[in-house]
Design a protein around this ligand. Structure first.
Ligand SMILES: Nc1nc2c(c(=O)[nH]1)N[C@@H](CNc1ccc(C(=O)N[C@@H](CCC(=O)N[C@@H](CCC(=O)N[C@@H](CCC(=O)O)C(=O)O)C(=O)O)C(=O)O)cc1)CN2
Ligand SMILES: [Zn+2]
Length: 802
């Protein structure tokens, strides 16, 4: 009889209960006791759903207050000394200082979790790191779950992944921490066993990467050293295949191994061959990263011979934690019945596990009615005219190489653009969004509920645009943006307007901490029924003489941050999106917009985890960007923006995008990135971010000046732009104005140093920016806290536009 389990359940709550409770606690509107009780309720609910679906193990340790990687570290006792807290006495308020920073210390670094849109916090280790035991949250939760009468499995990030994913600030080698870390894991494992865990799942997702040999060599001794500490151990791999380590894994001192058979079905053969009799094999056959209903016939076909071979040693699971999918399809009101029948969210995936188990245990006949229903749904999806648009297919086949080529090379375009735009040396700009205030979000919510009609909503958003334009002019920025007030999210907003995408009401997925995204469902051929942004951009441009950038999301990001159909190659879907964006770019140009930014923050995230697959990806990713951006004349300036990533290893591909300007997140790496751009001799214009927008701290003119001078020493000043790291939507207005004023001032000083005549904006001679800084900086800008949580109504302090 196969054992069913999950690697983890989404913790945010079907109605984002955790988000609301966290933000309320952070604002000081509720107590730690209230927050603990929301957490306990959510865990209980998630276990109940697992019980209801007949899962054989209850999973614990998937619930985290902020992030499971940091929380593994604080269970072991590892807390960066700079915070001055005692791990064993860490309360929630102190814990959130690690995650969000405090008045004196910046938060831990937030980084992408493999190729997902989830962000984890990098634990910080150094040579003095101690692992003497810390919080007991998962130990207590294990005891709670154990009382429900079903065997319990607790999840931890495994020791090698924990070290690999951490920021190590010591002098030696991070693997040198293992002798101290292993006893800490042993102690935690023993405590979990005592609290009632039968199993502990140790996640080692790094095994799906191209791992350096020293790390692979450390695997066997590490797990040998953990053996016998308490519960049985399940080593979980996901996001890629581990067949290259098949022999190592089969002989590892663990009781079981989990494989991601959705991402890497081919690895099964190598692993089941000579499968050891003393280990279980957990087959991850239900997609934990996407929301399509599983083809259970295919899964049963694949699993039946494995079950014949392994008997009860075969376990069934989703491919990875369900953290990456929304909670409950049943909550959706607006998805029509047909679309719903194609989908499965986390709760529905629990039911699929139950069905699979019954099918394997009792034969297909026992579940034949459910299988027939499933089959009919899949069949309807395969043949639905909603998914196939012949006009889109025809357009794809008609694409010519000239379509992904600008009409002139960059050097000639730059001359025309300079002529048209009349920008000063070191032009200042921002990345697109301005604060999404509570007022904006509640106007949108009211509009969605039907309480605010279209004209009223539109004029509210136009007022926001006017406000953003006015502030930018006062600040003295050179190239303006409209501020993106009308957008709920940079992907969802476009998805809502494109044919082929459906959107959900409650399909929230945690992105980091309390922040969530609602990835649109890309189910069919993509087309653009009508212009999406032109009216807003024209309105913004009508308010100023300065150039306003059009603002679009690029094809790779539109793909990467959606739930994408699995019946076409990703490259084909991205090409369809690119054509829709191309039409929008052309329409913006026709409307008189002189610069258009096509954001690709997920360009790096889409890179395959294994290097062997990079080239194929980069090839189509570059092509679709060029297809989207090449429909305009040479004097139309194409910008792109990237953030959150390590770019040095893909610079040739970034150059091949042939954007006229790229604005890029750099400030957190103190511009180290620029060295890469310089040594690669990046040919076009670059705006390296001069300050970190993840913190409310207002940077000083001098520190930005240092960064800018450094940038100007490696990139010719004529090709340098001045901008923040990323959009400002999560920030508040006071800190935004103070920071931008300082940024403009820094740019002006460097211009003066470089002997450039000080040029004044065409419309408004702004306040002298240093005076402005004095005026707005008062009271804002501590180090630390990553997120601005919008307090109450007052959305535009100091502004008279409303
Ligand atoms: N898709 C995507 N992925 C991304 C990013 C991104 O911007 N988009 N950026 C990076 C991650 N960073 C992120 C930064 C901020 C947020 C973020 O602010 N998310 C918001 C939700 C944004 C949103 O869609 N808001 C909607 C819905 C807002 C909402 O909750 N409305 C309330 C009502 C509000 C009210 O009445 O005042 C409700 O419906 O209950 C809107 O503005 O319309 C949040 O969690 O709070 C998410 C990710 C990487 N991945
Ligand atoms: Zn960004």
């Amino acid at each position: 009889m196969p054992t069913t389990h999950i690697l983890g359940f989404p913790r945010i709550g079907a109605r984002r209960e955790l988000k609301l409770a966290l933000e309320s606690f952070w604002r000081g509107d509720s107590t730690a006791t209230q927050l603990y009780s929301v957490g306990a309720d959510l865990r209980r609910q998630h276990w109940q759903w697992q019980l209801d679906a007949g899962l054989d193990l209850l999973t614990v340790g998937d619930f985290a207050w902020y992030d499971q990687v940091l929380e593994t570290a604080v269970h072991l006792g590892a807390i960066p000394a700079r915070f001055g807290h005692d791990a064993a006495k860490l309360d929630l308020a102190a814990f959130f200082e690690l995650a969000r920073g405090n008045a004196h210390q910046p938060a831990l670094e937030l980084t992408k979790w493999f190729d997902t849109n989830y962000h984890y916090l990098k634990p910080e280790f150094d040579d003095a790191s101690r692992f003497d035991g810390g919080v007991r949250w998962w130990i207590d939760a294990t005891a709670d779950a154990a009382r429900l009468g079903r065997p319990v499995k607790t999840v931890l990030v495994g020791p090698l992944s924990l070290l690999y994913l951490a920021n190590y600030r010591g002098t030696g080698d991070v693997l040198g921490l293992l002798p101290r870390l292993i006893p800490a894991y042993r102690r935690l494992l023993a405590e979990l066993a005592e609290a009632g865990a039968s199993w502990v799942q140790l996640d080692e997702p790094i095994l799906a990467l191209d791992l350096p040999k020293v790390w692979l060599d450390a695997l066997a001794p590490t797990y040998r050293a953990l053996q016998g500490a308490g519960p049985r151990l399940l080593l979980a791999t996901y996001f890629g295949g581990v067949e290259q380590h098949a022999e190592l894994l089969k002989s590892l001192a663990v009781d079981g191994l989990h494989l991601d058979l959705v991402r890497a079905p081919q690895q099964l053969a190598a692993l089941v061959a000579d499968w050891p009799v003393d280990k279980i094999l957990s087959a991850g056959v239900i997609d934990g990263r996407n929301i399509w209903r599983t083809d259970l016939d295919a899964a049963l076909d694949c699993l039946t011979p494995v079950q014949r071979q392994l008997g009860d040693a075969l376990w069934l699971a989703p491919s990875c934690s369900l953290l990456h999918v929304p909670v409950d399809l049943a909550a959706e009101q607006r998805l029509d019945g047909e679309l719903q029948s194609w989908l499965a969210f986390a709760r529905q995936k629990l039911d699929e596990l139950r069905l699979l188990k019954r099918g394997l245990e009792l034969g297909r006949i026992a579940v034949h009615a459910q299988l027939a229903g499933q089959r009919a749904a899949l069949e309807s999806r395969r043949h639905s005219p909603r998914c196939h648009n012949p006009a889109v297919a025809a357009r794809l086949t008609a694409i010519q190489p000239a379509d992904w080529q600008r009409t002139l090379p960059y050097a000639e375009r730059a001359v025309q653009q300079r002529e048209r735009l009349q920008l000063p040396l070191l032009p200042t700009t921002t990345i697109g969004s301005f604060p999404q205030t509570a007022a904006i979000r509640s106007a949108r919510a009211a509009h969605k509920r039907g309480e605010l009609d279209v004209p009223t909503y539109r004029s509210a958003m136009q007022a926001e645009i006017r406000h953003a334009i006015e502030r930018q002019q006062v600040l003295g920025l050179d190239m303006l943006v409209h501020g993106e007030a009308e957008r709920n999210d940079m992907v969802e907003y476009f998805g809502e307007q494109l044919a082929g995408y459906a959107f959900t009401d409650f399909g929230w997925v945690q992105s980091y901490g309390s922040r969530c995204v609602k990835p649109p469902v890309l189910f069919g051929d993509v087309a653009r029924p009508e212009p999406m942004t032109v009216e807003w951009s024209m309105y913004a441009q009508s308010q100023t003489q300065l150039p306003v950038k059009g603002m679009l999301t690029g094809p790779v990001t539109m793909l990467q941050w959606a739930f994408v159909r699995d019946d076409l190659p990703r490259s084909t879907v991205a090409t369809q999106i690119a054509l829709a964006i191309r039409d929008e770019v052309v329409d913006l140009e026709a409307a008189g917009i002189a610069a258009i930014q096509i954001d690709e923050p997920a360009f790096r995230e889409g890179l395959p985890l294994k290097r062997a697959e990079w080239e194929a990806y980069l090839d189509w990713a570059v092509r679709v960007f060029r297809l989207a951006s090449s429909g305009v004349a040479a004097n139309c300036q194409i910008h792109t923006h990237m953030c959150y990533s390590e770019f040095n290893d893909i610079l040739p591909a970034i150059a091949a995008l042939d954007a006229d300007v790229i604005t890029i997140e750099t400030s957190r790496s103190a511009m180290a990135l620029l060295d890469g751009f310089a040594s690669f001799a990046y040919p076009n214009e670059i705006g390296p971010g001069v300050y970190d927008i993840h913190s409310p701290r207002v940077p000083s003119v001098d520190e930005m000046l240092v960064l800018l001078r450094r940038a100007a020493s490696v990139i010719p000043a004529e090709r340098l732009w001045v901008n923040p790291d990323c959009g400002l939507k999560t920030r508040g207005w006071p800190e935004v104005e103070a920071a931008l004023a300082a940024m403009v001032s820094a740019a002006r000083r460097l211009r003066a140093e470089l002997g450039e005549e000080f040029k004044v904006g065409k419309v408004l001679k702004s306040l002298e920016s240093d005076a402005l800084i004095q005026a707005v900086a008062g009271g804002v800008g501590q180090v630390g806290e990553q997120e601005h949580i919008e307090p109450f109504g007052n959305q535009h302090p100091g502004c008279t536009c409303h």
